[in-house]
Design a protein around this ligand. Sequence first.
Ligand SMILES: Nc1ncnc2c1ncn2[C@@H]1O[C@H](COP(=O)(O)OP(=O)(O)OP(=O)(O)O)[C@@H](O)[C@H]1O
Ligand SMILES: [Mg+2]
Length: 286
Amino acid sequence: MEKAIKKADVLIEALPYIKSYSGKIFVIKCGGSALINPEIKKKVLEDIVFMSYVGIRPIIIHGGGPFINEEFRRLGKKVEFTEGLRVTTKDDVAVVNRVLNQVNESIVSEIKKIGGRAVSMNTAKKNVIKARPHEESERLGFVGVIDTVNADVIRNAVRPRAIPVISPVSMGKDNELYNINADDVSAEIAMALKAVKLVLLTDVKGIMRHKGDESTLISTLAMKDARTLIDRKVIQSGMIPKVKACMNALSAGVSKTHIIDGRISHSLLLEIFTDKGIGTEIVRDK
Ligand SMILES: Nc1ncnc2c1ncn2[C@@H]1O[C@H](COP(=O)(O)OP(=O)(O)OP(=O)(O)O)[C@@H](O)[C@H]1O
Ligand SMILES: [Mg+2]
């Protein structure tokens, strides 16, 4: 009985959050690192389906780094990153697209298994993002940035309570495929859909002052300090596009941005429905 009452208490504690977030769009980026372990993946997607049933409108953008690396190794391809962005040849981008389409389909079918509704929005189904070449495309190859977002198609999907699942490969105006960093995509989609929250799920606790040392986790980081940490190379590699994505989203009016650990059970629910706040929150400068 005690236990049951506690459970009800927890639900009631979430009520103010559920009330204020009902009908609001949340953009959630699932890093490949949060998808590689099937148990973790299932838990993350259960949280997202839960959110959709209590009236939040989640949109998922997924990465797929570890899956792509594995396939590159299998094919004898070189894995190379510059400041968190994957150097992608024309031949590579077809592989990236193929792997990400598989990741996309697997997320959609897992959501359906859990009892949620999902709509696949990958390059093969609905190409909801248009790319243009990255300004350093000479060095990076077929890496793109977002040119336009088809917000209407995404909005029409979230209205009947479906969860769009968006892959970060996109066709450009030149009919070439471009690999876009999924953190960038999530920020642009959050802006285009006027999301209230952008949450980036990854494989570390958040931003750390000393990479690898969890006791140096930074709970709240102002944008100007984030820039300093990038300049001082405290924030490196895959964390750079994340921090930039949060800063862009905040500048464009997204209210809250978080980088959290997808490996922690129910990290999303804890972040959204309690005061506790886990991971790193990036905030506008005062
Ligand atoms: N200061 C820092 N604090 C925490 N992590 C950092 C820091 N600097 C660099 N990192 C790295 O950033 C990585 C997260 O980015 P990464 O691109 O590898 O994963 P992801 O974006 O979640 O997945 P994917 O790229 O597949 O979408 C961490 O595993 C960590 O090694
Ligand atoms: Mg990454």
